[in-house]
Design a binder for this molecule. Structure first.
Ligand code: OAD
Length: 277
């Protein structure tokens, strides 16, 4: 249950904002069935990030323990292949009909775009955007390819270790590999990688110019992305946080799920002005 007076204040702030940034993390997509990283049962509890969240660790696993890597990739790809935008994603799309909204997301699932948000900057890249060495997009994986990849990875994860290696490279070839001497891979940002230049500079710019930042479903523990809410605050923006965790002393912390709180917040702030679309 959201504190009513806190909600009233957040509604007031949002309704008077002209430029809004929605800064989103894994919790934004939790109600779409995609696991977060650091909650109980989260991805990094099952797969330690020192092995699974950097290219060196993943490459080592591909050579030494492809079955374990297939298990991890299945855990990442299968929920994404089945995911649809939730009520929180849709509420942010609705919000963009009433104010200038820039979505800055750490998520790699493409669900803000699928929900129709017009401006989305993916500061940790995308799992479905397959790029070459220069970062140019070669193709975008559609749902059916993701489902196919997830089921092959699932089979590999349950195979014996010895037989997995060749089949693993084969299963991944739509996703990761080399062609004509050039490497290709999803545009995701792992630990130690540079931030994507354009997305990052646009995100920094939007956070410096906004009058309200909605921080949704992020533990704000991973830098440099986690600097962005603080940057917006320092530039004078009001920060409204939506997260089921108890507040950390923030004045406008709404404890609840994105798919429950965001629709109420947007409807209360703009519902009576009608749908301007
Ligand atoms: P985390 O897993 O660190 O944090 C998820 C946040 O979502 C927590 O604060 C949860 O309380 C909250 N949450 C859970 N369910 C929610 C719901 N239904 N609605 C709203 N909030 C909910 O995920 P991120 O902060 O996104 O980066 O993690 C940041 C980065 O760490 C990721 O982009 C990834 C990871 O390592 C890289 O791999 C580079």
């Amino acid at each position: 249950m959201i504190d009513a007076s806190l909600l009233d204040r957040a509604v007031e702030v949002l309704a008077s904002a002209r430029r809004i940034v929605a800064f989103t993390g894994a919790g934004m997509s939790a109600e779409s069935g995609i696991p977060t990283f650091r909650d109980a049962g989260g991805l990094w509890q099952r797969f330690p990030p020192d092995q699974f969240a950097n290219w060196k660790g993943l490459t080592r696993l591909a050579e030494r323990d492809p079955r374990h890597l297939a298990e991890f990739l299945e855990a990442v790809v299968a929920p994404l292949a089945a995911a649809e935008p939730n009520a929180g994603h849709r509420a942010l799309t609705e919000l963009a009909r009433h104010a200038e909204v820039t979505v800055v997301t750490q998520n790699v699932d493409g669900l803000h775009q699928a929900a129709g948000s017009p401006i989305v900057w993916e500061v940790h890249g995308s799992l479905v955007d397959i790029v070459d060495d220069d970062g140019d997009t070669l193709f975008v994986l559609d749902r059916s390819r993701l489902r196919h990849l997830a089921s092959r990875l699932g089979r590999l994860a349950r195979q014996s270790r010895a037989s997995a290696s060749g089949a693993f490279a084969l299963a991944l070839r739509r996703f990761y590999g080399r062609k004509g001497g050039r490497a290709y891979r999803p545009s995701i940002v792992l630990f130690g990688d540079a931030m994507p230049e354009l997305a990052w500079s646009e995100a920094v710019d939007a956070c410096g110019r906004c009058d309200c930042l909605l921080q949704v479903g992020s533990s704000t523990t991973v830098y440099p992305a986690a600097f962005l809410p603080a940057q917006a605050r320092a530039a004078g923006a009001a920060v409204i946080t939506i997260d089921p965790r108890p507040g950390d002393g923030d004045a406008l912390w709404l404890s609840g799920k994105a798919g429950e709180v965001l629709p109420v917040l947007v409807r209360r702030a703009f519902g009576d002005r009608g749908n301007s679309a």
